[in-house]
Ligand binder design. Structure first.
Ligand code: GLP
Length: 254
């Protein structure tokens, strides 16, 4: 595992954008797993800027697979993952929209939708990279504490702390309007990615980072179950790393 500690959240977003850009340039047919949220949004903004500034940086042959979607939301709902991705990244670069996959949160049969999404990822050759944001309680995608290392794409229910974080006024204005469930890729889906990229920034993530690195891996901190992935890069800023006691050997400061 490689840990990259950046000076601040902006630096972490640039590191993530650099990594994605390098891979898209060297493997134009990349299968890219993507997270939503504040942490990754900065990287997507940078990718859009770079794409618009360089004619040879293209997403034409890239396929993307988002890690999760809220159950019950239509794709055109401004709070959905699909909407976030369309307006933060997809509509500003040259990726064909049909190459951008997000599970349908409004599917009539959510269980079948989850199974079909997992099969689709496999049929398309699996994920080359899974970009994952870290939740306050150690979740990745929406694999909440208690999730199994063997979990696959499925419907999950949010914990109280995730509900509180989601209804902070950024995406959802109140607890009342926050969906109770999501469709999320599972931990086994992430583990099968050829490269896992985990990103966490801000003092609010320091405790989660500490628990992921310093504690015993287990389902109570879902991200910790990915720590023995053979090709894992974790990008944090100094704030998120501030309570880290046991940084891995391969730690770089940038
Ligand atoms: C949720 C989302 C992830 C996101 C993470 C962190 O777990 N399912 O996709 O990466 O939150 O969000 P933020 O970066 O806004 O803290």
């Amino acid at each position: 595992m490689r840990l990259v500690i950046c000076r601040n959240a902006h630096g972490a977003a640039m590191q993530l954008a650099d990594l994605i850009e390098d891979r898209v340039r060297s493997e134009p047919k990349l299968n890219l797993g993507l997270a939503t949220g504040r942490t990754s949004a900065g990287a997507y903004e940078a990718l859009v800027r770079r794409h618009n500034a360089c004619t040879d940086f293209t997403f034409r042959h890239v396929s993307t697979f988002n890690t999760d979607e809220f159950v019950g939301l239509k794709p055109w709902d401004s709070r959905s993952t699909r909407f976030f991705m369309n307006y933060r990244l997809f509509k500003h670069v040259d990726i064909p929209l049909e190459n951008t996959m997000v599970p349908r949160g409004d599917a009539v049969d959510v269980e079948s939708e989850a199974k079909a999404y997992e099969l689709l990822i496999k049929a398309r050759g699996g994920l080359d990279i899974a970009v994952l944001g870290l939740g306050h309680n150690g979740h990745v995608g929406f694999n909440e504490p208690g999730s199994s290392a063997k979990s696959r794409t499925r419907e999950v229910e949010f914990t109280e702390s995730t509900l509180a974080a989601l209804s902070d006024g950024n995406r959802f204005q109140s607890l009342n309007e926050t969906p109770r469930k999501a469709l999320t890729m599972g931990l086994a889906t992430f583990y099968e990615a050829r490269h896992v990229l985990l990103i966490a920034t801000g003092i609010g993530k320091a405790n989660a980072v500490h628990r992921v690195f310093d504690g015993k891996p287990g389902p109570s901190v879902p991200a910790s179950l990915l720590m023995d992935h053979p090709n894992l890069t974790v990008i944090v800023d100094q704030d998120a790393a501030s309570t880290l006691r046991k940084p891995p050997q391969d730690t770089v400061h940038v």
